[in-house]
Design a binder for this molecule. Sequence first.
Ligand SMILES: NC(=O)c1ccc[n+]([C@@H]2O[C@H](COP(=O)([O-])OP(=O)(O)OC[C@H]3O[C@@H](n4cnc5c(N)ncnc54)[C@H](O)[C@@H]3O)[C@@H](O)[C@H]2O)c1
Length: 240
Amino acid sequence: MKIALLGYGKMGKAIEQIALSVGHTVVLKSDDGTYTQDDLKKADVAIEFSTPATAVINIKNCVDAQVPVVVGTTAWYDQFEEVSDYVQSNNGGLFTATNFSIGVNLFWKITSEASKLLNAYDEYEPSIDEIHHTQKLDAPSGTAITTAETLLNQFSRKNKWVHHENGIGSISNELELSVRSFREENVPGTHKVKFDSEIDTIEITHTAHSRKGFASGALKAAEFMVQKTGVYNMTNLLNV
Ligand SMILES: NC(=O)c1ccc[n+]([C@@H]2O[C@H](COP(=O)([O-])OP(=O)(O)OC[C@H]3O[C@@H](n4cnc5c(N)ncnc54)[C@H](O)[C@@H]3O)[C@@H](O)[C@H]2O)c1
């Protein structure tokens, strides 16, 4: 498979390492968006891990070049509907995931089941914590937002999430779900769902030990997307 890497930072490099080790070729590496349509067209698939401000233009460039694109960048999802319409009306291919690791997708499934169960026990107050490395541009993480949405779907005692940066602040009414973000050196990504009562705490934690899980998941998605059109996500790839 011939791959275009749009974004050659921590994730782009981790993906390249695994891709080369399993016999794929990297035909384009762009770390500033200055590639041409002809450069893109050499690839079977593009993998986009850049910045929240540059993801959408990279996706549209791939659609225009008719190269399916796998997107890991987070914090552009307020534009998802418009982008998805653009992909579909121009016969493009798009795969998105706020987290490509199989473990996190299982963690979401467990969160969903636990939320359904705990909703019936008023004494438990849910909250979400996320910890990432200090270079991360967005907060809360895309994974934390998906975790919050997963919980809210099953938990009728809460109806919206609110962000508390560095854990500072608290909910202003009982319908709010607190999502706390923390930044620490060298943390690839830790997410915790807590159900807290006066008597005890039930916690579900996912701790990424490295970026390998994200990178190999993104590569699997890229293999899945070769010659595909349409809009896909992890539910199309995993049986979870
Ligand atoms: N979905 C997942 O599983 C997952 C996992 C890890 C990180 N992420 C997300 O992926 C994104 C990248 O993460 P990272 O850790 O590699 O960040 P990073 O800062 O190490 O790398 C991003 C790179 O994008 C480059 N860039 C800037 N403008 C660009 C453009 N127009 N076109 C192409 N590249 C451009 C930057 O120079 C930088 O090197 C972030 O949004 C992060 O939250 C997602």
